[in-house]
Ligand binder design. Structure first.
Ligand code: ADQ
Length: 471
């Protein structure tokens, strides 16, 4: 028997597992998708090489795409599996549960069975004998760390949750709560955005699992294994965003917006159309503000950009109808003849340059989720404003992960519509010096903890159990 030494942990390739592969098909080629996760992982994959395991979205995705620094490993799913695992258990059970019951989750054994099976498909495409740092992402794959461990994958296993983790009394409603927690505890390190979510997870393990002991921030399992937990707030590539916000294309788009909206002051919301984002509450606060301060009807415009999301699910279709009804009602009530409407609603994604132009043009950004793991829009707005000598104000919900870092934002409770209207009014009245001071502090915080800092924290080597394999 000979033994072969493995490279040190921090040189092992990264094997990332996420629900979707990070590429999309254009007419005759494949391109990297735009999403935050893709740009966050790209630098790590580039420096260490790696593999990205994900659902192929029903397309024949190749393993290699020109210009991509890592290998793609597609997982194929049948239509029934996608329905039950993705639209079902992930988005109708786990999503509302983990977001603290802002909607009622459905609990359905069939979709749970399929969720388990799909997590196994993800484990099946992994070669456990390949040394690597296995890095599992998000609520779609909560069972995967445990499955990889059972197959004795070679190297450390990390797990990062992009959404909140709720208090134990909320998580306890899940009929399969023990299996899910055990799945997560298959990792060597389980990470969250904030201390609060980490604390909720530790308390949940202590209360709902019989055979583990929670010892400070670690979980000791009955077999002697120790699972560490961490709080690593995700962030953005602030330097890159600051540069991109100053290009000629963005300047051109900005000129267009200024011509369109001047002399009104611009308020902005940018979200996926999701019931966690608090869009109806935001609209109702705007309505109340226009009711209480009639002079604003001709002096402000609220632009809501809403990216279509999860339209297969009834709650999302209902939300769309509700938002459209509110926009219609507000514009019907407050548009003055011959003048522009007070609310502009865009039900679509916008290009990166246009989004940056909106961030630059907005006097106030309204980030008012009922619950949000982090919220990158808040960090993007602050970074762009600060980098372009803007003086915008950020209204930020207390129920976002971002509030823990962005202390100089104007905090709001989106469930309190009168209070929210008052905070928006305050944002419009803050003096310019004050707004600039707040922006500068928040932008410095974001620069000091950008996406690379998050990556370093997440990928920092920890003692791993199996660095030497005997052949
Ligand atoms: P999301 O719920 O999608 O992410 P968020 O963090 O705000 O929310 O990220 C959205 C991203 O999409 C941003 O980078 C934004 O620029 C972009 N985007 C939003 N609207 C857009 C539009 N209309 N057009 C183009 N681009 C748009 C989940 C969790 C969050 C967590 C992230 C990362 O729900 O809490 O912050 O993952 O972990």
């Amino acid at each position: 028997m000979s033994s072969s030494a493995m490279p040190p942990e921090d040189e092992l390739p990264v094997i990332a597992f996420a629900n979707r592969l990070p590429v999309r098909r254009t007419r005759n080629s494949w391109r990297l998708s735009d999403g935050g996760l893709v740009s966050a992982l790209q630098p790590a994959m580039r420096s260490r090489g790696g593999i990205w395991v994900g659902w192929d979205g029903g397309t024949q995705t190749p393993r290699e795409v020109p210009g991509l620094d890592f290998e793609l490993r597609p997982v194929s799913l049948s239509r029934r599996e996608v329905d039950a695992y993705y639209h079902g258990f992930a988005n109708r059970t786990l999503w509302p549960l983990l977001h603290g019951l802002v909607e009622q989750p459905t609990f359905d054994r069939f979709s749970w069975d399929v969720y388990r099976r799909v997590n196994e498909h993800f484990a099946d495409v992994d070669d456990p004998s390949q040394p690597g740092l296995r890095w599992v992402h998000d609520y779609h794959l909560l069972l995967l760390p445990g499955l990889l461990r059972r197959r004795e994958a070679l190297g450390r296993i990390g797990f990062f949750l992009h959404v909140p983790f709720p208090p134990p009394e909320v998580f306890a409603r899940l009929p399969w709560r023990a299996s899910v927690l055990e799945g997560m505890l298959g990792a060597d390190v389980v990470s969250f955005h904030t201390q609060r979510y980490r604390g909720n997870f530790l308390r949940t393990c202590a209360q709902l699992l019989d055979d583990v002991r929670v010892d400070g921030t670690i979980v000791r399992l009955h077999d002697g294994r120790v699972v560490r937990t961490a709080a690593h707030p995700i962030s953005i590539d602030a330097a890159d965003l600051a540069n991109r916000a100053r290009t000629a294309n963005v300047e051109r788009a900005l000129d267009g917006l200024r011509t369109q909206f001047a002399p009104r002051r611009l308020l902005l919301g940018v979200d996926r159309l999701d019931y966690t984002k608090g869009i109806p509450e935001r609209l109702r606060a705007i309505e109340l503000l226009l009711e209480m301060r009639p002079e604003l009807r001709r002096w402000i415009t609220f632009v809501q950009v809403a990216v279509p999301s999860r339209g297969e699910i009834r709650e999302y279709r209902d939300l769309r109808a509700h938002v459209e009804q509110l926009v219609g009602r507000i514009n019907g009530r407050f548009t003055e003849p011959g003048l522009d409407v007070p609310v502009h609603y865009l039900y679509r994604g916008v290009t990166a340059d246009r989004l940056l132009a909106y961030y630059r043009a907005a006097d106030v950004c309204l980030v008012t989720p009922l619950q949000d793991g982090m919220n990158l829009v808040a960090k993007e707005y602050v970074t762009v404003q600060d980098a372009t000598a803007g003086a915008g104000a950020l209204v930020l919900s207390e129920f976002t992960g971002a509030i823990e870092e962005l202390r100089q934002a104007l905090p709001c409770n989106p469930f309190d519509i009168e209070g929210l209207a008052g905070t928006i009014s305050l944002a419009l009245e803050l003096d310019e010096e004050d707004r600039r001071r707040r922006l500068a502090k928040m932008a410095a915080t974001i620069r000091a903890h950008d996406v690379y800092a998050w990556l370093d924290e997440e990928l920092a080597a920890t003692p791993a159990p199996k660095l030497v394999r005997t052949a």
